[in-house]
Write a protein that binds this ligand. Structure first.
Ligand code: SF4
Ligand code: SF4
Length: 265
């Protein structure tokens, strides 16, 4: 059973996996997700303060979400090969991709709820952030970035496509929560996982973007968002599926870390 003295990233990962495995879309034939990854960051890591310069001037600190925060728990829910393959072709997101996006939003809320219950049972407090739609309508920036929290925790490095590339690729969704429990922090990779960022090669993701939002020089957030809204309209019968994912599917980094170079720690 859970106890305060036994909290570890591996135990948290097993809790995340249990919630994902119990989800109806994890059943054989539906299979939306592969094995989750979990890592923790020290809430006092100076990189969180640095996000106000690198990500968003209004980015929150873990202590803004929870007074006395000590750890940020970040997790990655990699999409299954079936979901990824479905979205390789076509201008709009595949129906399966849109469904996986929507179901994963629900799964993230369930995982946060489960982790909060576990932490509470061990005598710790926690604070959660919604999986998506927390951004400002004008700037399209969110006050809390799950991607950056996962990077600080050591789950991966950023790709040219702006996604976090993990050991199991970039196709999937990230979640995070803040707690006042102390859980050992992960180690960040000392190697860029993205081939372009490592040695200037690849760049395939740029060619996949239907709105030319991606380039080697930067990212046009507003052009991307217009495409997400067009996708949402196209799949309106499913709900608010403002997603796309064309710059994440069918790439060397979709399902795994590209290249064979060892990760130096
Ligand atoms: S497709 Fe290539 S350049 Fe683009 S993020 Fe993946 S590894 Fe980097
Ligand atoms: S999500 Fe779609 S529109 Fe946005 S950068 Fe990726 S491919 Fe382009």
């Amino acid at each position: 059973m859970w106890s305060a003295g036994r909290l570890s990233p591996e135990l948290l990962r097993s809790a995340v996996e249990q919630v994902a495995a119990a989800h109806p879309r994890a059943l054989a034939g539906e299979g939306f997700w592969r094995t989750p990854l979990v890592a923790c960051a020290d809430a006092r890591d100076p990189l969180f303060e640095g996000l106000r310069q690198t990500a968003h001037p209004g980015h929150l600190l873990p202590s803004d979400l929870l007074a006395g925060a000590r750890t940020v728990v970040a997790y990655f829910l990699p999409f299954s090969r079936r979901v990824i393959s479905s979205n390789r072709e076509g201008t709009f997101q595949s129906e399966l991709w849109a469904r996986a996006y929507l179901e994963t939003n629900e799964l993230i809320s369930s995982i946060n709820e489960r982790l909060s219950i576990i932490l509470d049972g061990c005598g710790y407090r926690s604070a959660t952030v919604a999986p998506t739609h927390t951004f400002d309508a004008t700037t399209l920036l969110s006050p809390w970035s799950h991607r950056h929290a996962a990077y600080i925790a050591g789950l991966g490095t950023f790709g040219l496509n702006r996604m976090l590339i993990t050991q199991t690729g970039c196709c999937g969704r990230l979640g995070s929560l803040v707690t006042d429990a102390v859980v050992p922090a992960g180690t960040r990779p000392s190697l860029e996982f993205c081939s372009f960022r490592r040695d200037g090669s690849c760049g395939v993701c740029i060619q996949r973007c239907p709105s030319n939002a991606l380039s080697a020089e930067g990212f046009d957030r507003h052009a991307c968002y217009q495409t997400l809204l067009a996708n949402e309209r196209h799949r309106a019968y499913l709900g608010r599926a403002d997603a796309c994912g064309k710059c994440a599917c069918g790439l060397p980094c979709s399902q795994e870390r590209p290249g064979t170079a060892p990760v130096l720690r």
